[in-house]
Design a protein. Structure first.
Length: 318
């Protein structure tokens, strides 16, 4: 099958056999992943044989002369409500040529066909990059997955002393994401390891409300969970509002990924796109809803009041 827009043949995806997995593990994964991130080969093969771990390769060419352009290893939860992308890489020599998006699209299609549930992936937290270059690289990875249909959540995972942010494919599963992560790791880790090695918490440190008439000033308070609640940015909207909010975050040492912005107007689309999670209401203009990561219900009370209540319920439910 050919992509009519780009003239590209659709990639073929198939499960890898034991020998192929072993070859990738020994020849490619040491270059594609840090040593501490790579599970023992025996564990991967054991789970694969029990159909609790799926190792896929993406290929171009004919079956007789196929070329592997990428690979992705998946861990489905026991409940089949979610699946973790454990490893994903484009093979050396194929990078920078658009194969990343094509391989990821092939994986998502396979996940949908197998009905494996919400796709979950973990990305390194930009806050803890060694320097500005590393932080920017981590943000580019997040941007890649957003371009390819993933949504950044409010969750962060501490696993073996490494911190990751969580992204999901189904925005509607935001409230269930923490439970789904536990379901996946019940496959990967023994019960005692889950208790001692895995910790899930909220990554959000700031919520900005720009709805209705709530932004005439810049009212800041801290809730019982330590999250800064900001109502408005001194009356500024649009590009000036975005500029003011960036200044506020810099002053308070808060990263964009650690923020939620709630607005019900298309004036603040820049804010929705800048924040880690952009939220609007179902009664908002179409442009705002298209830019938002999450859409909340509309009710009889103030959209700002309901919006803040629902956002905080999500952020503190783990």
């Amino acid at each position: 099958m050919r992509n009519q827009d780009k003239g590209e043949c659709k990639l073929k995806i198939r499960l890898l056999n034991r020998e192929e997995v072993t070859k990738i593990y020994r020849e490619k994964m040491p270059d594609d992943f840090a040593a501490g991130e790579i599970k023992p080969l025996e564990r991967i093969l054991e789970l694969s044989e029990r159909e609790q771990y799926f190792c896929y390769g993406m290929f171009e060419g004919t079956p007789e002369q196929e070329t592997m352009v990428g690979y992705g290893f998946l861990v489905p939860s026991g409940e089949r409500d979610a699946v973790l992308l454990d490893y994903f890489a484009v093979t050396d020599g194929m990078r920078g040529r658009g194969y990343g998006s094509r391989c990821f699209a092939a994986l998502k299609e396979e996940i949908a066909k197998k009905e494996l549930g919400n796709l979950i992936l973990e990305v390194e937290n930009p806050r803890f990059g060694a320097d500005g270059k590393e932080r920017e690289l981590r943000r580019r990875r997040i941007a890649f997955y957003i371009r390819n249909g993933m949504t950044l959540t409010h969750l962060r995972i501490f696993l073996y002393r490494v911190e990751y942010l969580v992204m999901i494919s189904d925005k509607g599963q935001m409230k269930k994401a923490a439970d789904q992560i536990y379901h996946v790791y019940q496959v990967l880790l023994k019960p005692d390891k889950i208790k001692t090695r895995l910790r899930i918490s909220t990554n959000i440190r700031c919520v900005l409300c720009m709805a209705g008439g709530q932004n005439a000033s810049c009212d800041v308070k801290k809730d019982e969970n330590g999250i800064l609640i900001v109502n408005g940015v001194g009356g500024a909207r649009g590009s000036e509002g975005l500029k003011a909010f960036k200044g506020f975050l810099e002053k308070n040492d808060i990263e964009p990924e650690e923020c939620v912005v709630f607005t019900d107007t298309d004036e603040d689309i820049g804010l929705l796109q800048y924040a880690g999670i952009g939220v609007t209401s179902e009664s908002a203009p179409s442009a705002a809803k298209n830019a938002a990561n999450y859409i909340i219900r509309s009710g009889k009370r103030s959209g700002a009041v309901e919006g803040m209540e629902e956002i905080l319920q999500i952020l503190t439910r783990l």
